[in-house]
Design a protein around this ligand. Structure first.
Ligand code: CTP
Ligand code: MG
Length: 383
């Protein structure tokens, strides 16, 4: 199968948008704008590898936006979009891809069907771009006055991801270096490549102004639905000196017994997220019979569940965990636990809750034989 890679350009300064933080790193429903397209592309089975092109000043913002996603190391961009793409393409040459998708990091709403249309068109063309036929009547104006009406027949609004056969577009970018062409189709046209038009989507907007971001927030609220999943898990005590709870090591007179690190809270929470999207349970994804999970740190299970939601185009909204035990005392560790969950899940602290209760000495937790945990995950899914 032809190897397709994706290049996401995010080295711009967002001058038209303004503000201190570049627009691609601002939150769009709890996640940086850039993360939306990175997560989508990384989860697309048709794409072998994803690389972002970033500004050297943005490394920390990028690390935050890309946390937990399976991506290639980012490379630095240049002063213009065209330069950033060329530098990105040069960095991908060693992977010898057949096809490359070049996408604006400021365009968070691409969907898998659109990506598939672009990739498919590359079997017959050097390039393919998603575009929408212009519907409004077009005017050319000067000094606030209409000069003339422009015939809109045959005019299209170009979007990204724009796809190309790798060799030809790298050659075209080398030949066109130093211009300020605003998309890669323009670079391809420069060297006479044949570029097909495929259907874009109205939703696949680029965030250019603050107004665009405000509209995108509204668009994200629907159409979609909220689903809630719950999870429950128990591990028994065994000899040891501490337990893992919510990804935090808590000193104790016992350890918890289990195939992995036995983090009962992370297991319950992983199941809650899987439950919200109907994706089975933790045992189906990480069979206890598989020796590779022996002693595994359970944050991997949780990150896997989160990535699954991302890949479905969904969004984790909120999580709530309750630990049920007499000992160890959870209270002193609660802030660290919330912090760790927020980190693993890429959620704001305000969307993460950790609670604890005893069972008043009753039952197995009352007898201090082990720890139970239950969890709820709220997920927003597109229709
Ligand atoms: N881009 C880039 N390198 C540049 C300029 C732009 O990687 N030197 C990226 C942007 O980060 C964005 C995409 O190209 O994801 C589309 O560019 P645009 O919307 O124009 O973003 P900015 O250049 O950041 O915004 P502005 O033109 O308003 O400054
Ligand atoms: Mg720009």
């Amino acid at each position: 199968m032809a190897k397709t890679v994706a290049l996401v350009v995010a080295a711009g300064r967002g001058r038209r948008f303004g503000g201190d933080i570049p627009k691609q790193y601002l939150p769009l429903n709890g996640r940086p704008v850039l993360r939306h397209s990175l997560a989508r592309l990384a989860a697309d089975p048709a794409i072998a590898a994803v690389r972002a092109v970033i500004h050297p000043d943005d490394r920390d913002l990028y690390d935050e936006a890309a946390r937990g996603l399976a991506l290639l190391e980012p490379v630095h961009g240049g002063d213009t979009r065209q330069d950033s793409v060329r530098l990105g393409l040069e960095s991908l040459a060693s992977l010898s891809p057949d096809k490359v998708l070049i996408h604006d990091g400021a365009r968070p709403f691409l969907d898998e069907a659109l990506v598939a249309r672009v990739v498919a068109a590359l079997d017959d063309h050097d390039g393919a771009i998603p575009a929408i036929a212009v519907a409004d009547t077009l005017k050319k104006g000067r000094d606030g006055l209409v000069e003339t009406t422009v015939d809109r027949a045959g005019l299209w609004r170009a979007q990204t991801p724009q796809g190309f056969r790798f060799g030809p577009i790298l050659g075209a970018h080398r030949a066109a270096a130093g211009n300020e062409l605003t998309d890669d189709s323009a670079v391809a046209e420069h060297t006479g490549l044949r570029v097909a038009l495929v259907a874009g989507t109205e939703g696949n907007v680029k965030i250019t102004t603050t107004e665009d971001l405000a509209r995108a927030q509204v668009a994200f609220a629907g159409p979609g639905y909220t689903c809630v999943g719950n999870g429950f898990d128990v591990h028994r005590f065994a000899p040891g000196t501490g337990v893992w709870l919510c990804g935090v090591r808590v000193p104790h007179d016992f350890a918890l017994e289990g195939h992995s690190d036995a983090d009962v809270a992370l297991h319950a929470l992983t199941d809650a997220i899987l439950g919200a999207v109907g994706a089975g349970d933790i045992g189906a994804h990480f069979p206890p019979t598989d020796s590779q999970w022996k002693g595994a740190s359970s944050d991997r299970f949780l990150a896997h569940a989160r990535n699954l939601v991302d890949g479905l185009g969904g969004r984790l909204v909120h999580v709530d965990v309750t630990l049920i035990c007499e000992r160890p005392k959870v209270g002193p560790h609660r802030p660290a636990m919330r912090q760790r969950l927020a980190e693993i899940l890429g959620l704001a602290l305000s969307r993460v809750s950790v609670k604890a209760t005893t069972t008043e000495g009753l039952g197995f937790t009352g007898r201090r034989e082990g720890i139970a945990a239950q969890a709820t995950a709220t997920v927003w899914m597109p229709v």
